[in-house]
Design a protein around this ligand. Structure first.
Ligand code: IMP
Ligand code: MG
Length: 182
């Protein structure tokens, strides 16, 4: 049996980060987080669904105790551009008051989602709130928000793989590539 190539060649642009490159960077981020939170149990909050794969690897790159929770926010839908509105579709299960928290995103594009979530979580008075994103687009405007842990900075093109999708596809690619549109 022969399988069709996945992604089809007309969708796949350039591979920006290989599986090896991602895993080496995730290991470094895990080390940084464990040093910064030594003696504590940080709560990693993944933003569904894009950061699910990243947060699963990041948690395993932290040798000490961690807890996990997830938030879901409104996505771009089928579009590859932000609608400009962020809505919480699933809130946290844990109470984060007095807890050290690391908010984990897949990518910061406009910065809107991150700015909204930092405000939403700070209002619940965690003992610490750090931000982590696997990718940050060069054009992102994060306003007053500090990005504490950044995997890679990327230029404008839309990307797929390692959690990132186009209309729910390609999250399972082990690498990150640009998506060839139209
Ligand atoms: P922001 O609010 O504009 O920063 O958008 C952040 C969210 O948009 C991310 O968490 C992703 O879910 C989605 N997103 C932005 N750029 C891309 C991309 O290149 N590929 C896949 N998803 C993206
Ligand atoms: Mg996302």
């Amino acid at each position: 049996m022969t399988l069709d190539p996945y992604p089809p060649p007309e969708d796949l642009g350039e591979i920006l980060f290989t599986e090896e490159k991602i895993s080496a960077r995730v290991a470094e981020l895990g080390r940084e987080i464990s040093e910064d939170f030594a003696g504590q149990t940080p709560l990693l909050i993944g933003v569904l669904k894009g950061s699910a794969i990243f947060v699963a690897d990041l948690a395993r790159a932290i040798p000490g105790p961690v807890e996990l929770d997830f938030l879901a926010v409104s996505s771009y839908g089928e579009a590859t551009r932000s609608s400009g509105v962020v809505k919480i579709l699933k809130d946290l299960d844990h109470d984060i008051a007095d807890r050290p928290v690391v908010l984990v995103e897949d990518i910061i594009d406009s910065g809107l989602t991150m700015r909204f979530l930092v405000e939403h979580l700070s209002a619940q008075r965690p003992s610490a709130l750090r931000t982590c994103s696997l990718l940050v687009r060069n054009s992102a405007e994060v306003g007053g928000v500090t990005l504490d842990y950044v995997g890679f900075r990327i230029p404008a093109s839309f990307v797929i793989g390692y959690g990132l999708d186009v209309a729910q596809r390609y999250r399972n690619l082990p690498y990150i590539a640009t998506y060839r549109q139209g």
